[in-house]
Design a protein around this ligand. Structure first.
Ligand code: KG4
Ligand code: ZN
Length: 341
């Protein structure tokens, strides 16, 4: 028997994504982004994002079906991001998914966006060892996850107490005059800079912090430290060494993320670390995680860059796991849950 054909719809932030998988084989992953409409505001404007989803949803769906060479009637189930994310943006994807599911008579699966960021890795790297340790780093979240089973057994070990890692990249990038989202720009600038040039703080790594917040993160102090450092230079009339600031900031982020992730894996007897979310596209995070996993005897997994940032394939991938595990479909009145954890 052929594996089930699953269609995934993503609309939690500024990317309209439709992905199609057969089992764990990726057949299509079409993404339309409204990022350019938000760039001049330095962040996503929810109302603008919702309108853009409404315009892009049907064309993106058509393209995905086209690329995969399948019809809606061939699909076995439709998965859609139910949260977390921007309410209005989520509603567009959910309304579309319900309409398609109803019209085609297919089961609907409302899924968690964060779990989808973890699940997408299985499309390229195969089934996850159980348990695995997930380091989820995106624009809205920074979490350490004990992943027992993608079908509902994902436990939160720790998370950021303030800014998410991606948010810190975007805010520091803004201070440095880079366009939104700044993650990829800082990544590129950092390659030309010296990561040891400036000693920026590593949040929640002191002995007392570790006692209380072993697996938690904090990046807002780092962002403030970068801002203060730049202000001081400006007061002196000195030039800002953008590449060195980018590299030193990035080193502080990646140092803490990888150190805590590896500690968590070791302390829970887990031998596989998995990176997921937009910041998992970061070249230094991948490199440092690899170095430290090698040293600790852990296996490191991460998806290719295109699958790290928001897309529909990740939603389809998680849907595929839920269907394979025999999870009950969602009710047609499933709501958008902007703070789904
Ligand atoms: O997962 P994602 O696409 O959306 C959310 O669910 O939030 O993550 C977006 C975040 C943004 O903050 C963006 O700056 C960051 O991922 N990002 C990166 C890189 N590519 C994207 N951060 C650091 N380095 C990158 N190469
Ligand atoms: Zn995301």
């Amino acid at each position: 028997m052929r594996e089930p054909l699953i269609l995934g719809i993503e609309s939690s932030c500024d990317e309209t994504g439709v992905g199609i998988v057969r089992g764990l084989e990726l057949l299509a992953n079409e993404v339309a982004s409204s990022v350019e409409q938000h760039a001049r505001f330095g962040g996503v404007i929810p109302e603008v994002a919702s309108r853009a989803h409404l315009e892009a949803m049907v064309p993106t769906m058509r393209r995905a079906l086209d690329v995969a060479g399948v019809k809606l009637s061939d699909v076995d189930a439709i998965a859609v991001t139910a949260g977390p994310g921007l309410s209005g943006a989520l509603l567009v994807g959910l309304a579309a998914a319900k309409a398609y599911a109803l019209a085609a008579g297919k089961p609907l699966y409302g899924v968690n966006h964060l779990d989808a960021h973890i699940a997408v890795d299985t499309l390229e790297n195969g089934p996850l060892p159980k348990p695995s340790l997930g380091l989820l780093v995106s624009g809205g979240h920074t979490e350490l996850l004990y992943v027992e089973d993608l079908a509902g057994k994902v436990r939160l070990l720790g998370q950021t107490l303030d800014d998410a890692a991606g948010e810190a990249y975007d805010k520091v990038g803004r201070i440095l005059g880079m366009p939104y989202p700044a993650g990829p720009h800082i990544d590129a600038a950092a390659r030309l800079g010296d990561p040891t040039a400036i000693d920026f703080p590593r949040g929640l790594t002191g002995p007392r912090d570790l006692a209380k917040h072993r697996y938690d993160f904090s990046f807002s102090g780092l962002k403030t430290a970068v801002a203060r450092w730049i202000e001081a230079r400006q007061r002196e009339g000195a030039e800002i060494p953008v590449n060195d600031v980018a590299a030193s900031f990035q080193e502080a982020v990646c140092d803490v993320l990888t150190a805590k992730a590896i500690d968590a894996a070791r302390e829970h007897g887990i031998d596989t670390l998995l990176l997921g979310g937009g910041v998992a596209a970061n070249s230094r995070l991948r490199e440092l995680a690899q170095e430290r996993c090698d040293a600790a005897g852990l296996t490191l997994r991460f998806p290719s860059r295109k699958l790290c940032t928001d897309n529909g394939a990740m939603v389809a991938a998680l849907g595929s796991h839920l269907v394979a595990a025999g999870v009950t479909e969602s009710r047609m009145d499933i709501p958008a849950d902007s703070s789904l954890a």
